[in-house]
Design a protein. Structure first.
Ligand SMILES: *[C@@H]1O[C@H](CO)[C@@H](O)[C@H](O)[C@H]1NC(C)=O
Ligand SMILES: *[C@@H]1O[C@H](CO)[C@@H](O)[C@H](O)[C@H]1NC(C)=O
Ligand SMILES: *[C@@H]1O[C@H](CO)[C@@H](O)[C@H](O)[C@H]1NC(C)=O
Ligand SMILES: *[C@@H]1O[C@H](CO)[C@@H](O)[C@H](O)[C@H]1NC(C)=O
Ligand SMILES: *[C@@H]1O[C@H](CO)[C@@H](O)[C@H](O)[C@H]1NC(C)=O
Length: 500
């Protein structure tokens, strides 16, 4: 069935340029940018904020980050949030996705004590955005767990599902009157596969047990938060909730690689979406079987901790839209005899014995995991629309990492143009994409890549005490798109007051 769809797509894509010259994004479309607390806020030790797992990890082990930096100051958005709002205005955006820092709002990790300063910071930010007609899309958790909860087992301890639900309840009670779009947890793959695969905090090496406990616990934590919203807030506030998924698009190298490609999609995204978005709930069936067979060969009972029937029902259907973080695409094939299956999750999977390739025709940047294939996004949107019963998709992250390419970032401009064009085509196909958040507003602390890898529409002078922000060419382009709602904007530069 998918192949037929692909043939139709290919035909459509060939007519893309002429088709999108006339097309416009709907009036209601949310044009946004995204960020995350630890990557921009800085102010790691102000007021009563406690340490997050990222504060702790990078103070203890600075050598893990390529340039030995951390997020202690970052873009200093804790102090410079007014400038951030000004930039969103310059870009002509009507949506801003940011995250709340759990240890800033709840320094003990628990709901027994709410920080006044933490609470006010996010109140000011939300009110400042709304004053300018910018709707907040708020991520409740974006990787920065309070260290005190990590010391109690973090995401591997099933009790975290209640700790998270309590935290989410506080967040809903404080901000739910003004926030209509929520992401409960950002990219659980990042915190589970990354955190237990020596790729991100807490930087454990436990891919067989810890990672999978974490996987299950993120599903339950998300669902408990969702059920609390249903019970206490939905009637009053009418907000929408989802969980955002990091989802590379995957295509088979040859038609016979379709089966392992489907398994790869389940491994990458299905573990974090099937329990929530599928009709039957629970783990993706074939993947669960295969992983559990691998586990049994090693003497474990299972790889993916089973859900009880009650848990399946708790989690199933806990979404109001789909939140997609899309960056790039891979080609999938079985490893050849004696070829080592990629050991890192960007390159392949030993569990599935598959290799992920990049088509040599795809453009790349200096960042090795990245490749540029915009049609992949439209193919993926079709796949999502046919696989799940979703009424609305918001692209909560999309962007391109480069090494420092200064203010004339033509590759980023092209990336946004081509990816936005594919979204416009998907909307024209009848897929309900209602919003888009560019990753990211400004160059920031990019986890293990430090300040080395740049994703920003704005450059930031990290040596300046004021962390001066300057728009790049991609910002100028994006501001034309938001003002004309076209991907090939025809504008008279002198008549529009875009980015200075
Ligand atoms: C907070 O951290 C900064 C370094 O990032 C340091 O200069 C400052 O003294 C610290 N402040 C407190 C109150 O500990
Ligand atoms: C991680 O643990 C596995 C065993 O589960 C071991 O084979 C591997 O060498 C460890 N990797 C590192 C970098 O410590
Ligand atoms: C798309 O989603 C929006 C927001 O939920 C909704 O108002 C609209 O009716 C949807 N459109 C379609 C065609 O389903
Ligand atoms: C998207 O899914 C809806 C509902 O499942 C379906 O009616 C519609 O035809 C699909 N759109 C496309 C472009 O496949
Ligand atoms: C930083 O910004 C403040 C407030 O806008 C300004 O007064 C100050 O001169 C700036 N500092 C530098 C070093 O540019």
């Amino acid at each position: 069935m998918y192949f037929k769809c692909a043939v139709v797509l290919t035909i459509l894509i060939h007519g893309a340029w002429s088709a999108t010259e006339q097309l416009k994004f709907p009036e209601t479309f949310m044009f946004g940018a995204a960020s995350a607390a630890y990557q921009i806020e800085g102010a790691w030790n102000v007021s009563d904020k406690s340490l997050s797992i990222w504060d702790k990890l990078l103070h203890d082990r600075p050598e893990l980050v390529v340039d030995h930096t951390n997020g202690d100051v970052a873009c200093d958005s804790y102090h410079l949030w007014r400038r951030d709002i000004e930039m969103l205005q310059e870009l002509g955006l009507n949506m801003y996705r940011f995250s709340i820092s759990w240890p800033r709002l709840l320094p003990t990790g628990f709901s027994n004590y709410v920080s006044e300063d933490g609470k006010n910071y996010y109140n000011n930010l939300i009110d400042g955005l709304l004053e300018k007609g910018i709707q907040p899309l708020v991520t409740i958790y974006h990787f920065d767990l309070p260290q005190s909860l990590q010391d109690l087992g973090g995401w591997a301890n099933p009790l975290i599902t209640d700790w998270f639900a309590d935290y989410a309840n506080v967040v809903f009670s404080l901000y739910g009157d003004r926030v209509k779009y929520w992401v409960t947890i950002n990219e659980p793959m990042g915190l589970c596969d990354g955190g237990y695969g020596q790729f991100s905090a807490p930087y454990f090496n436990d891919t067989y047990v810890g990672q999978n406990l974490c996987n299950k616990n993120t599903m339950i934590a998300h669902a408990k938060a969702y059920r609390i919203y249903d019970e206490l807030y939905r009637d009053k506030y009418h907000g929408k909730l989802s969980l955002s998924t990091l989802f590379f698009w995957f295509k088979p190298v040859e038609p016979e690689d379709q089966e392992v490609t489907d398994l790869t999609i389940d491994l990458w995204a299905g573990r974090y979406t099937h329990p929530i978005f599928s009709k039957e709930g629970g783990w993706p069936r074939k993947l669960e079987q295969l992983l559990n067979e691998n586990a049994k060969k090693q003497g474990y009972h299972y790889r993916l901790p089973p859900f009880t029937p009650e848990e399946i029902e708790l989690v199933r259907g806990t979404y109001d839209y789909y939140a997609l973080n899309h960056y790039t695409t891979r080609l999938v094939r079985r490893a050849k005899p004696r070829e080592k299956a990629g050991s890192w999750f960007f390159d392949g999977s030993p569990e599935l014995n598959v290799i992920f390739d990049k088509d040599p025709r795809w453009r790349t940047t200096g960042i090795d995991w990245f490749a540029f294939y915009s049609e992949g996004l439209r193919e993926q949107l079709h796949w999502l629309n046919t696989t799940y019963d979703i009424k609305e998709i918001v692209i909560t992250e999309n962007g391109i990492p480069t090494l420092d390419d200064g203010l004339v970032d033509i590759l980023r401009l092209d990336y946004y143009k081509e990816y936005l064009e594919q979204i416009l085509l998907a909307i024209n196909d009848g897929i309900n994409v209602t919003g888009y958040a560019a990753w990211t507003l400004m160059d920031n602390f990019e986890w293990m890549s430090g300040y080395f890898s740049k994703f920003g529409l704005y450059a930031v002078d990290f040596t300046h005490p004021n962390r001066t922000r300057t728009p790049k060419e991609s910002a100028r382009y994006y501001s034309q798109v938001t003002r004309t709602r076209m991907v090939h904007p025809v504008v008279d530069e002198t008549e529009l007051n875009y980015v200075k």
